[in-house]
Design a protein around this ligand. Structure first.
Ligand code: AMP
Ligand code: MG
Length: 370
């Protein structure tokens, strides 16, 4: 099936406008019929999970070929062959199955269309072709740009590789896909190809898929294995057994304040530092009890992006946890690609949440940033 979207190649960078919905026409639609008695969102969940699993396989294949050199985007952040391949693969399948749904994704084909990126474009096409045999340079760029949709009543948001720096270091990264309706995440699929099924232990299963549907709980499975198990956040009254999880990148948070707040609510374990929304995954399955992402003193005006949180947040909530910003506000997923109404993010097992928000509202040795 060919889906060729004739969208221009302007960047999603600051000031760039998104594109309103695009209907590829009935001949290119994959018809989704709801079976009677099926749980709500079962088709969306199935497609989200399968396309994220494929994208994870693509990312691993790129990593095996050591194609880890990054191109630079307009905002100077890194982007690799795998980011583009993952976005092309997922957007093509979403647009074919749900042609009315806009997709708000992190990448666009701007940097990839430059003459200097010819080699990388050919590599992206080669990797995508393993899954979509009719991939060509033009089609792959169009599929990537299918991710330039606008926030709407119902839309998908995608980070094709969250934690690109972790991917390049062969550490943690994630493929994060979420369906949002009326500002609420309804379906989430989070592929973490480098995350073992257990953070500590002898498990040889590296690669975890987390899936959640609102009201239906959260589960995880080994990537490529259909058997999923329900997951739950950490319970228990003894905070000294609980852990904080935070970013590896210093610039993406305020480590001093994060650790001070964690100590103030009784957390004694050393913090776990992971790239990407894998942090939400380990929180949802009880290996950490608190994820803090407080504005960095060096980039206080940074606005968190919806694709960096939507999927992970639903997985934590459906596992019994709570996710807000540092002032206790719900995540603003209905306005724009940037969560303008929020500052920072606090995700917890639920029981710690109130104490954390109270600690953040008070002056702190590490410098209060509220
Ligand atoms: P992580 O791996 O959790 O550190 O997050 C990676 C994500 O951080 C990237 O996808 C970026 O969108 C995002 N990011 C970039 N700059 C900042 C910043 N100054 N503060 C917070 N997040 C950022
Ligand atoms: Mg990201």
């Amino acid at each position: 099936m060919i889906l060729l979207l004739g969208l221009p190649s302007a960047s999603r960078g600051i000031g760039a406008s998104c594109q309103s919905g695009y209907n590829p026409g009935p001949e290119t639609m994959l018809r989704i019929t709801k079976g009677s008695g099926a749980l709500p969102y079962s088709q969306e969940k199935k497609l989200a999970a399968s396309t994220v699993v494929q994208a994870a396989a693509l990312c691993r294949a790129v990593q095996q070929e050591a194609l880890l050199e990054a191109m630079e985007k307009g905002d100077r952040s890194p982007v690799t062959v795998a980011d583009y391949g993952s976005q092309a693969l997922i957007c093509q399948q979403l647009a074919a199955a749900f042609p009315q749904d806009p997709i708000v994704a992190e990448e666009d084909s701007g940097a990839l269309r430059r003459p200097s990126s010819k080699v990388q474009l050919a590599q992206v096409v080669r990797h995508v072709r393993r899954f979509l045999p009719d991939a060509s340079s033009e089609r792959v760029c169009a599929w990537i740009d299918a991710g330039r949709g606008c926030v709407a009543q119902r839309f998908w948001t995608l980070d094709p590789i969250d934690g690109t720096k972790g991917f390049m270091r062969r550490e943690q990264y994630a493929i994060a896909l979420a369906l949002i309706e009326h500002g609420q995440v309804q379906v989430a699929a989070l592929g973490c190809p480098a995350l073992p099924m257990k953070w500590q232990g002898t498990s040889s299963d590296v690669g975890t898929l987390f899936v959640a549907v609102r009201g239906q709980g959260a589960a995880m499975a080994a990537l490529g294995n259909a058997n999923s198990v329900p997951i739950h956040v950490a319970q228990g009254d003894d905070p000294s057994r609980l852990r904080l999880v935070e970013s590896v990148e210093e610039a993406h948070g305020n480590a001093a304040l994060q650790e001070a707040v964690a100590r103030s609510v009784g957390i004694r374990q050393p913090a776990l530092r992971l790239d990407s929304q894998a942090k939400y995954g380990v929180l949802a399955r009880g290996e950490a009890a608190l994820y803090l992402r407080l504005p960095s003193p060096d980039s206080r005006r940074y606005g968190e992006k919806i694709w960096d949180h939507a999927a992970g947040a639903l997985i934590v909530e459906e596992a019994g946890g709570r996710v807000t910003d540092m002032r206790g506000r719900t995540l603003d997923l209905a306005t724009n690609e940037t969560m303008r109404a929020n500052r920072g993010v606090v995700a917890s097992n639920g029981t710690l949440h109130g104490a954390v928000l109270r600690a953040l509202a008070e002056p702190n040795d590490a410098g209060n940033v509220t």
